[in-house]
Design a binder for this molecule. Structure first.
Ligand code: ACO
Length: 322
């Protein structure tokens, strides 16, 4: 049996830190409201001209260097994003060229906040079937470019960043199981109303922005993630007490706590970066994974449960032996 093993991780964040106190100056909000409702204290915001591809490239370079893999050794670059540099070519192609990995397959996956988890699931299956030996999987976003800074309901929630992993075929796990789902019936709870085909302004003359029914998203997220972690344990033939670390999507600390509770895990076993990064959509899980690896908390041989939930709705998970 061939598995996909994570050789190394990488990440990149913009330099500019924006705190809750900074946001108090532009919308009617408070540090206390943001912290108690979401767990967020600050976020990073991309500089003018700094793109999703720039952040993705930096994360990828770090992961490749730590993996000891040359770009020319890659068979695949797959990048989860909802905020690509251009409509086309795919940001994965732009990053592939800047790395010098030209020739291998490269494409983007748009699954909103589950983009990295979907990309990981796709790369895992290419490796398991023997079509790919080494894959670069990236989650990268400049989601704050979509934010309407006059809407306090959403502008306090998001940040920019990227994370990456290098996968290699191995006789030993590796990625043990992945679960990927979507239900487009929930499209009205979380969406961006404009685009290439429908046009770039909506009926209210708004451009790109995040439309969200927050409380309803929250409820479906908690319920769906409960079922997802049960399904992932079953698919991996494991019990919750065998998981060393939960590495969840970083949208809201209360959603994260609910999932940990479902698993009977203490918050000491949960990687939390939402306080510093806010919700970086596809960047969130690989950023948290890289932070956990670099701080020495996640060690080789440990079992990690990765999961995400986002617009679509989409939801996805992976059980990984690191
Ligand atoms: N500052 C101060 N007050 C605010 C703010 C703000 N930034 N935003 C909303 N409020 C007000 C509302 O107007 C409302 O006022 P009202 O009671 O007078 O009507 C009040 O705060 C309470 O609003 P609720 O919607 O009840 O607050 P809730 O506890 O549900 O928290 C939140 C809102 C943080 C958006 C939460 O519902 C949430 O996190 N939902 C998930 C959404 C999410 O994470 N989306 C990201 C993408 S999907 C994903 O990644 C999971």
């Amino acid at each position: 049996m061939t598995y996909a093993r994570i050789l190394a991780t990488g990440s990149a964040l913009p330099e500019r830190v924006v705190t809750n106190a900074d946001l108090e100056k532009i919308v009617d909000t408070s540090d206390e409201w943001i912290r108690t409702r979401t767990g967020i204290r600050e976020r990073r915001i991309a500089a003018e001209g700094e793109t999703t591809g720039d952040l993705a490239l930096r994360a990828a370079q770090q992961a490749l260097q730590d993996a000891g893999v040359k770009p020319s050794d890659l068979d695949m670059v797959v990048l989860g994003t909802t905020t690509p540099d251009l409509v086309f070519p795919a940001t994965a192609c732009l990053v592939q060229d800047r790395l010098g990995a030209n020739g291998c397959m490269a494409f983007d996956v748009n699954a909103a906040c589950s983009g990295f988890m979907y990309a990981l699931g796709v790369a895992n299956n290419f490796i398991r079937t023997g079509q790919v030996r080494r894959a670069l999987v990236i989650g990268a976003e400049t989601l704050t470019r979509m934010v309407d800074w006059s809407e306090r309901e959403s502008c306090v929630l998001f940040g920019d960043g990227a994370g990456a992993v290098v996968l290699e075929a191995s006789d030993e796990p590796g990625i043990i199981a992945t679960c990927l789902h979507a239900d487009g019936g929930y499209k009205d709870l979380l969406y961006n109303p404009v685009g290439v085909s429908v046009g770039f302004t909506d009926e209210k003359n708004h451009g790109v922005r995040i439309c969200m029914r927050g409380r309803e998203v929250f409820k479906v997220a908690v319920k769906t993630l409960d079922a997802l972690v049960d399904e992932t344990l079953q698919a991996a033939h494991m019990h919750a007490d065998q998981i060393d670390w939960l590495i969840p999507h970083q949208a809201n600390l209360r959603i994260i706590e609910a999932t940990a509770k479902r698993l009977g895990m203490s918050m000491d076993q949960v990687i939390v970066t939402v306080d510093k990064h806010a919700n970086t959509s596809s960047g969130s899980v690989p950023l948290a994974l890289d932070a956990a690896v670099r701080s020495g908390r996640v060690k080789r041989g440990q079992h990690l449960l990765l999961e995400a939930f986002g617009g679509g709705f989409t939801w996805a998970s992976a059980m990984v032996r690191y």
